[in-house]
Design a protein around this ligand. Structure first.
Ligand SMILES: Cc1ncc(COP(=O)(O)O)c(C=O)c1O
Length: 367
C-alpha cells in the first residue's frame, strides 16, 4: 500500500519511461560468471588508458576539499582556442550526455515535439520524454538517417531535432553536403542538435558543423572526451553553440557539474595530438582486421565511421551473447533498440579483437 502511494506522487509520465541500460561493466561479469579475464567491447570506449594525465590528476588531488571552478576556466580557454570559437559559446557537461539533458531542460515545454531517428542513441528519447516532449520517430533507411524524412516531419510544435553524427548504434555518418541541404529546410525556430561523440573517428567529408553554427545560429554541436580521448570514466563533454543559447544552457545546469579531475584531465588531453593520432590509427587498423575476419566468417556488418561496428547476425543474439560472456567478452545486444538480431562490438586491443573473432567463428561453426 505504502509503495503504491509513493508511486502516485511521481510525475505520471515517468511510469512509462524505461531507464537507460548501459553495457555490462567488467567487474559485474567477473563477479557473476566467475571469469578471470574479461574484455569489454560493449560501450565504445577506447581500450587503453591515457596515463599521461596521471601527473595532472595527482597535482589536483590536494584540492579535493574545494569545489571545482564552475566555468572550467583553463579548459574553456584551451577548447575555444583549438576550435576557434568564442569562449562564451561553450557549455561543459558531465559527459556530453548532460548537454543533451540541458538542451531539453532549457527548450521543452509539455507537448513540444522532438524529432529523433529510430533506432539511434537512446538517451535523446528517454530524456526528452522525462521533460514532457512528444517524440516523433523517423525510421532510418538502410541504417542511415533520412534527412529528407526528418525535414518533412517538422511542424510548428517542433523544438529540437537530434542528429547523431556519426550515429550510434549504426556507425554510419552524414556528409557535409547532406547536412547543408538539410539545414536549408529547417526553420530558425527549431534547434538542431548535432551529437558528434565520435567526431574524431569520422572521415574527411564529415560536416563542418561549427561553420554551419556560425552561419545560422540555431545549432548545438556536442562533443566528448569520453571516446577518442579515453576519458569516459572522468565524465566530461561539451556543447558549442551561440553565446545566447550557451547562456541559457548554463542557467539550467548544476553549478559544479564538472569535477576538478575531469577538468584537469581534459585540459591535459585537448592538445595531445600524439595520443589522439595513436588512438585513431589503432582503431582504423583494427577495424580493417575485423571487417576482413567477419567477411571470412560470412557475417554481415555495416562499415563504420566510429570505433564500433554494427553486426547483423540474422538471428536472435541472446545465445551468442551468453556464450561470449561466459568466455569473457562483453558485446552490446541491441534488443533495447528493437534490433534483436543485431549486435554492436567496440574495437578493442588486437588481442581482444582476435579473441572475439575466434569465439565468434567457433560459435558459428557449432550451430
Ligand atoms: C551518440 C552518443 N552520444 C553521446 C554519448 C555520451 O557520451 P558521454 O556522455 O560519455 O560524453 C554516447 C556514448 O556512448 C554516444 O554514443
Amino acid at each position: 500500500m505504502g509503495c503504491l502511494k509513493n508511486r502516485e506522487m511521481f510525475k505520471k509520465r515517468l511510469s512509462n519511461i524505461n531507464s537507460y541500460k548501459p553495457g555490462k561493466p567488467i567487474e559485474e561479469v567477473k563477479r557473476e560468471l566467475e571469469v578471470d579475464e574479461v574484455y569489454k567491447l560493449a560501450s565504445n570506449e577506447i581500450p587503453f588508458s591515457p596515463t599521461y594525465i596521471n601527473k595532472a590528476i595527482q597535482k589536483e588531488l590536494k584540492n579535493i576539499n574545494r569545489y571545482p571552478e564552475t566555468g572550467c576556466f583553463y579548459l574553456r580557454r584551451a577548447v575555444a582556442k583549438k576550435l576557434k570559437v568564442r569562449e562564451n559559446s561553450i557549455v561543459f557537461g558531465n559527459g556530453s550526455d548532460e548537454i543533451i539533458t540541458l538542451a531539453l531542460r532549457a527548450l521543452i515545454e509539455d507537448g513540444d515535439e522532438v524529432l529523433v531517428a529510430y533506432p539511434t542513441f537512446l538517451i535523446y528519447e528517454i530524456q526528452a520524454r522525462i521533460e514532457g516532449a512528444k517524440i516523433i520517430r523517423v525510421p532510418l533507411k538502410d541504417f542511415r538517417y533520412c534527412l529528407d524524412d526528418i525535414a518533412n516531419k517538422v511542424t510548428s510544435r517542433t523544438k529540437l531535432i537530434f542528429i547523431a553524427n556519426p550515429d550510434n548504434p549504426t556507425g554510419t555518418y552524414l556528409t557535409n553536403k547532406e547536412v547543408k541541404a538539410f539545414l536549408d529546410k529547417i526553420p530558425s525556430s527549431v534547434v538542431v542538435f548535432f551529437d558528434e561523440a565520435y567526431f574524431e573517428f569520422a572521415p574527411a567529408d564529415f560536416p563542418k558543423s561549427i561553420r554551419f553554427l556560425n552561419e545560422r545560429g540555431n545549432i548545438i554541436v556536442a562533443r566528448t572526451f569520453s571516446k577518442a580521448y579515453g576519458l569516459a570514466g572522468a565524465r566530461i563533454g561539451y556543447g558549442i553553440t551561440t553565446p545566447d543559447i550557451a547562456a541559457v544552457l548554463n542557467k539550467v545546469r548544476e553549478p559544479f557539474n564538472v569535477n576538478r579531475f575531469a577538468q584537469v584531465a581534459a585540459a591535459a588531453a585537448v592538445n595531445n595530438d600524439e595520443f589522439l593520432d595513436k588512438v585513431i590509427t589503432h582503431v582504423k587498423r583494427e577495424k580493417q582486421f575485423l571487417y576482413k575476419e567477419l567477411s571470412k566468417i560470412g557475417i554481415e556488418f555495416i562499415r563504420s565511421a566510429t570505433n564500433f561496428i554494427l553486426i547483423d547476425f540474422k538471428k536472435d543474439t541472446g545465445c551468442l551473447n551468453q556464450y561470449l560472456l561466459e568466455n569473457g567478452i562483453i558485446i552490446r545486444e541491441l534488443k533495447g533498440w528493437g534490433l534483436p538480431n543485431l549486435f554492436r562490438v567496440t574495437v578493442g586491443l588486437c588481442k581482444e579483437n582476435k579473441k572475439f573473432i575466434d569465439l565468434l567463428k567457433r560459435y558459428v561453426n557449432s550451430i
